[in-house]
Design a protein around this ligand. Structure first.
Ligand code: FYN
Ligand code: ADP
Length: 583
């Protein structure tokens, strides 16, 4: 690996020696570890770092707000199993990136937030430096690990530790604090090169114990109504063929969590997605594969699982495959924890299943099929309608067709109703194509994810956005245009948060808190930066615009105007609002 070096220095005896510096060592350490992209926002003290990184052949994607750069880094980590890098300035820039770092950690996405920081001695004595903040202390509780490098000779170790911490075991976010003074420090080039570390096997396989595999197999074998639940950990693991083989050879129905859609095509006959509320309470043995029993799964208990009261156990036995040994029993008893990486665990299960495994009882499979087909028929009926004005269903019916015709395309999705309807209407056909709000249900991931999805995959990106959700990262349409990315943003615009027809009950001049400017022309935002903006108020217009966007690969924003009365409060999670009536 040839290290980048700064200009040779002339020493007292006029012998030129090759020196390098902190800037170059950071770049060389990243490149040495196969990291070729930085998502960030330049400014003091990292401006030169972005220039030098680009000059050294790295892809530097500059954003308009650090949170979006951070979200881009996080999802790049999910897509590639390499830590996504987000680079920010000190205090406020760091804090803007920190939300994304915390979100990445919550979602088990590997990323490294690298922030420049101010002078240590001034910060530590609180003497009032430019952008003064003890960033390391602030970051620590919000990420998996946090490190600071003070000497250029330690950059190699700092980056190696950050990479290992981000991707080994349960992946997560890592903070790396690089004070301004580190960057210009000179080091002999050879010594600098020697200080770098190419991390060997940063995410080692974790082989499950054989008795744990046996325990899981026995539980599965005895099941009358087994179910496999695939989570985004299963998507992250890139064990697609093994997971598919396990499902098909065992004949067990499966339910994908939102970002696990597409590990097997959603049209797979064993998918029980359209019978969710039937299979969860109905199953007797549930095998979780890279999915946590958190709020998205009603904590494994209560009515969703057939319990009589909100906290009652539904009677299921659980097998849980997870790389984190602490995950089991977090909400309900796990009868068969299987600790290891998903590829190794599933391979071990496959060996145990062999070829003579009995399929689950026909009674269970038929009951699921009946429920599923009823829901699919109901959905087909709803999708066939063409109401005026357009609604979520008629607009998403178009998106469903476009994704089916372009299964390589990436799909980014955020909002409340825009999220929930897209999840159940738009089938996915390939793994890791659906990127969404994740564990926190966070708004604001949209354009950051879309940029990274395009940069990392090179495929067209379709971003289905609620009009409210889009607002959190909308300025990045400039970034999309600047890098000429094949991103097609579709805003399902109903004039407000959840819906747009609320009024101020006092009759006063202020609008209701949840409504936006009516008939806003979001498409003009894209036009302002040279992209294509389209106003679509019918499914036919939407279809034409999306087809053209995919064909041309031009940055496109489609303002898909839907009925402002369409939408319920918080979509399908209305019940989480303390005072809202259940609808
Ligand atoms: C699913 N369904 C389908 C299909 N897929 N019907 C027909 N065809 C297809 N392809 C059915 C499924 O069986 C359910 O019906 C229903 O559609 C909804 O399915 P979903 O979305 O899988 O299930 P549900 O109950 O919404 O799942 C719970 C959840 C989910 C918590 C996992 O809501 C979720 O991921 N929410 C994230 C919300 C969020 O983060 N929001 C952002 C913040 S909003 P039944 O079986 O009849 O129930 C801030 O305000
Ligand atoms: P979902 O929201 O889709 O249900 P979660 O984010 O709750 O998924 O769960 C993902 C789980 O997957 C986490 O508990 C994490 O520890 C686990 N995980 C991530 N990567 C791997 C891997 N390679 N092998 C095993 N488990 C993994």
């Amino acid at each position: 690996m040839g290290a980048t070096v700064s200009e040779p220095k002339v020493t007292a005896d006029a012998e030129p020696t090759q020196v390098t510096d902190g800037f170059h060592l950071v770049i060389d350490a990243l490149k040495l570890n196969g990291i070729d992209t930085i998502f960030g926002l330049p400014g003091i003290p990292v401006t030169d770092l972005t220039r030098k990184a680009q000059a050294a052949g790295m892809r530097v994607i500059s954003f308009r707000h650090e949170q979006n750069a951070g979200n881009a880094a996080a999802i790049a980590g999910f897509m590639t199993q390499k830590p996504g890098i987000c680079l920010t300035v000190s205090a406020p820039g760091f804090l803007n990136g920190l939300t994304a770092l915390a979100n990445a950690t919550t979602n088990c996405f590997p990323m490294i937030l690298i922030s420049g920081s101010s002078e240590r001695e001034i910060v530590d004595l609180q003497q009032g430096d430019y952008e003064e903040m003890d960033q390391l202390a602030v970051a620590k509780p919000l990420c998996k690990a946090a490190f600071r490098v003070l000497h250029a000779e330690d950059i190699g170790v700092g980056i190696a530790r950050a990479i290992r911490a981000a991707v080994s075991g349960r992946p997560g976010g890592v903070y790396l604090d690089l004070p301004a003074r580190l960057f210009p420090q000179s080091v002999d080039a050879q010594a600098g090169r020697n200080s770098l570390i190419k991390v060997v096997d940063p995410a080692p396989r974790q082989i499950p114990a054989q008795d744990a595999v046996q325990r899981a197999l026995e539980l599965l074998k005895g099941a009358k109504r087994p179910l496999i639940l695939l989570g985004k950990g299963a998507a992250y693991a890139q064990a697609d063929a093994e997971i598919r083989a396990l499902i098909e050879r065992s004949g067990i129905p499966y339910l994908p969590m939102a970002m696990a859609k597409g590990i097997l095509p959603d049209t797979h006959e064993q998918s029980a997605a359209a019978a969710r509320s039937f299979v969860l309470p109905g199953a007797d043995v549930v095998m979780l594969v890279g999915a946590r029993l958190n709020w998205l799964l009603s904590h494994g208990k209560g009515k969703t699982w057939g319990g009589k009261n909100p906290k009652d156990w539904g009677g299921q036995k659980f097998i849980q495959i997870d790389i984190s040994p602490q995950e089991a029993d977090s909400n309900v008893r796990i009868d068969a924890p299987l600790v290891g990486d998903i590829g190794s665990c599933v391979t071990a299960l496959l060996a145990g299943i062999g070829s003579g495994w009995a399929k689950p009882p026909a009674e269970w499979l038929n009951a699921i099929a009946e429920r599923k087909n009823k829901n699919l028929a109901k959905m087909a009926e709803t999708l066939a309608k063409n109401p005026a004005p357009m609604n979520f269903h008629s607009a998403l019916n178009v998106v469903r067709d476009i994704v089916k015709a372009n299964p390589d395309a990436m799909l980014v999705n955020e909002g409340a109703n825009a999220l929930d309807f897209t999840r159940s209407i738009v089938d996915m056909y390939q793994p890791r194509k659906r990127l969404d709000v994740g564990t926190w249900g966070v708004m604001g991931i949209g354009m950051g994810f879309a940029v990274a999805a395009a940069v990392v995959s090179g495929q067209p990106v379709i971003a289905i956005e609620g009009d409210s959700a889009f607002g959190f990262s909308g300025m990045e349409v400039e970034t999309i245009c600047r890098y000429n990315l094949p991103v097609c943003v579709v805003i399902l615009n109903n004039n407000g948060v959840y819906r747009g027809d609320e009024v101020n009950p006092t009759g006063g001049p202020d609008p209701a808190p949840l409504v936006f400017v009516k008939d806003a022309r979001y498409e003009m935002l894209m036009q302002a930066f040279g992209g294509v903006g389209v106003h679509a108020s019918t499914p036919a217009e939407l279809r034409q615009a999306m087809e053209e966007a995919i064909r041309s690969r031009k940055p496109t924003l489609i303002n898909a105007v839907i009925d402002e009365r369409a939408g319920t409060e918080s979509g399908r999670i209305t019940a989480l609002n303390p005072s809202a009536k259940k609808k």
